[in-house]
Each structure stands twice: as C-alpha cells, then as structure tokens.
Design a protein around this ligand. Sequence first.
Ligand code: PGA
Length: 252
Amino acid sequence: MSRTTMVAGNWKMNKNYQEGRDLVKSIVERLQPTDTKVVLCTPFVHLNSVAASIKDISNLYLGAQNCHQEASGAYTGEISTAMIKSVGADYVIIGHSERRKYFGEDDALLAQKVKAALESGLKPIFCCGEELSVREAGTQNDLVAEQVKAALFDLSEEQFAEVVIAYEPVWAIGTGKTASPEQAQEMHKHIRSLIADQYGAERADLTTILYGGSVKPKNAKEIFGQPDVDGGLIGGASLKADDFVAIVDSTL
Ligand code: PGA
C-alpha cells in the first residue's frame, strides 16, 4: 500500500448556487483521469447539487468546511456531521485557521468535532499551522505538535487511519506568500514523525499530509514534489477551474 495523493479545494464563503454549479461543471470538463483524489469542499448550500454532479466521476469527492460537534439538537444555524454525510459528502475540513481565529475554535472543541465526523463516517481534513509570530520565534514545531496531539492522538488506530492532515502556515494563507518547499517538507516530516511515535511507522507512512497556503499552478509542482508532501488544500486557486485543474495536474 502506498499513501494517497490528494488535492482538496476549499471554496470558503464564495460562489452563489449557480456559480457553484458552473464551477463544478468546468472542473469536471477539464479533469483528466487521475489517481489523485480530488475533493471539493464547498459551502453547505452547494453540497447536494455538487454531489449529484460528481457522482459518476471516480476520484472526485465532496467535503464540507465545518461541522458541529453534537449529533443533533437545539443548535440554531448549525449543521451536524450526519447531515453532511447524508447528502453524499465524504470529507469535512476541521480546524481551519479561519475557524480558529474568527470563531474561537480551540483544540478541545476540534477534538470533539474530529470524533463527531468519524462517528458519522466522514473523513476529517484536519488543519494545523502556526501564525507568523510563532514562526519568527522558531517554535512552530512545538505549536503544530500541540495542535495535532490535542485533536487527533486520542483516536484509536482505526479512527486515525481515516484522517487527512493539512499543514497550513497561517502567514501563507491568502497572502500570496508560500512556504518554501524546504519549509513545507521540514514541517511535514515533523508531523509524520509525531504520527510514527503515536501510531507506528507504518501508519505514519500511509498518512496523507497536505500543504495549504497560496498554492498556485506555478508553485504546486515544486511543493508537491517534496517527499513528505502528499498534495494540497487550495483556497483562492480552487475558485477558478483552470487553476484548480492545473494544480491537480501537477500531481501527475
Ligand atoms: P489559499 O487558502 O490557497 O487561498 O492561501 C488555503 C486555505 O486556506 O485552505
């Protein structure tokens, strides 16, 4: 077995219903057959229609960008993992730095969300990554270790096997400033060694670890070429079919 390469698009809070349909159509038209798993993480309102548009296309999957930690109940405005699963999604982004920063999501809450996702049969794309001040202080490895351990290392081996990790340095998200391939590789290797300590070398070797933060068609190949980088979580460039598909193609 070798580990899965993945490119996931994070649309964030972009595209109305029709624009979302048009974007998916353009992506589907352009995608070449590939072993890379391609995941479209759309706003909730798009999930149902995107599920229908991609159901016959192998290697194209659907994901949400957030979920609630409780199974159901009086949580006005929230969406449960079972609801997400019921419309045909397989993935959910958990712990994105924008959720941590603007919605106060902390490690303890994220651990609950990860468990809720797994219990509903969703695979978490768990995001971790440091702010610029942490990188400048040189303590990014400790911070990312804390984030990963707090949210993921209570899982059983079986549960952990379903998790995808995305390393997204906050200073590189939406800024046009990418981590250098060396910086990405160094952190990915560090994360993989944490996994090896907790779940064994074999599991570490099989875990998909994505890089996110200003990945564009022009820099994707070099970043994805690093030995411990297994693809990307793409924000801005996932909103244009040509760019997104070019990034997927750079994994071929
Ligand atoms: P970006 O976003 O590609 O626009 O930097 C990445 C992300 O936030 O997942």
